[in-house]
Write a protein that binds this ligand. Sequence first.
Ligand SMILES: NC(=O)c1ccc[n+]([C@@H]2O[C@H](COP(=O)([O-])OP(=O)(O)OC[C@H]3O[C@@H](n4cnc5c(N)ncnc54)[C@H](O)[C@@H]3O)[C@@H](O)[C@H]2O)c1
Length: 366
Amino acid sequence: MNNTILVTGGAGFIGSAVVRHLLNDHECMVVNIDKLTYAGNQETLEHEATHPRYAFEQLDICDRDSMAAVFTRYQPRAIMHLAAESHVDRSIDGPADFVQTNIVGTYELLEVARQYVRSRISAGDQDAEEKFRFHHVSTDEVFGSLGDDGAFTEESPYQPNSPYSASKASSDHLVRAWNETFGLPVVLSNCSNNYGPYQYPEKLLPVIISKAMAGEPIPVYGTGKNVRDWLYVDDHARALVRILNQGKVGRSYNVGGNEERTNIDVVTTVCDILDRIQPATDGRPYRELIQFVTDRPGHDHRYAIDATRISSELGWQPKESFESGMEKTVKWYLNNQPWINTIMAKNDKSGLRLGTSSPVPSAGGK
Ligand SMILES: NC(=O)c1ccc[n+]([C@@H]2O[C@H](COP(=O)([O-])OP(=O)(O)OC[C@H]3O[C@@H](n4cnc5c(N)ncnc54)[C@H](O)[C@@H]3O)[C@@H](O)[C@H]2O)c1
């Protein structure tokens, strides 16, 4: 096997952070496999595109033959599987793509990886099972919603509530089963809300910033009291590579920032940073633009992650605090308006809020 890592969904938000981290801080070859759906953009990796250890394959993970050909060509030591349909509101409007990519796509990849390991063993590589890893990247949303106390551990029961989280939960179960039944060497991770540069502009942080800059109402679901645990995307990327390289086969790891905030806290934090670094021309605080809109159907009340396992077993800790990460993120979006404009120009900007078909722009969490 080569020191090559396949990253599915590498042209998306978290996948691109993983690609950057692998190229900058590790010695491996990185092959980015991405279908380039509305959420995947090559512009996100324009600085990495010519890196000598980087390759890009525009492919659908559901296409088994093409995926098998990629395994044969690159002989990877691992696959980090991030490709997914990821937006909860879109899963309410149209669950079919979520079932196809998140469940069927993961199944196809598991089968391709299983055949690959078998073929390596048949070819005389007796250690193929010890050397290879299938890392499945999932979400804390599979555990459902918490009350005001407690946190999700790796032993929390699965109780997904949205089509998105149900599709991710299904894929988690498939991955476990391929380990238990076929001995495929897998590791899993379930992570809380990520934020940071290069997030598709329909998600909460970029929406707040672009609405504030345009002087338009900043939409907040319901009463804004839903609680999420916020993690800076580069901290997640480091955690994922740590899990890949040091995680125990068959084990899952929760990843969180230990930074619980209500949605309204997040919005007001961003408004306050903007007031400081780019005040509105009329001098009014950006908070005055906040507008509460009808809640998302089935909106989970609270997620919180107990990240004790990854911290005690693998020595990972987030480096970024909520305050420092938010400041970096706001500055990045302000300084990278051309990236946002390019992405928005390529995709439908009908202005309809997803998940309710009401004419209000989306301010979804993830
Ligand atoms: N964003 C979060 O806060 C968060 C939190 C926990 C877990 N996750 C998980 O992390 C992963 C990445 O999330 P993200 O926010 O970066 O998503 P994203 O929507 O930004 O990126 C997804 C990428 O997958 C690609 N893709 C989609 N369908 C594909 C297919 N059939 N074949 C090949 N490529 C395909 C897209 O083109 C895109 O580049 C997902 O599995 C998601 O469930 C995300």
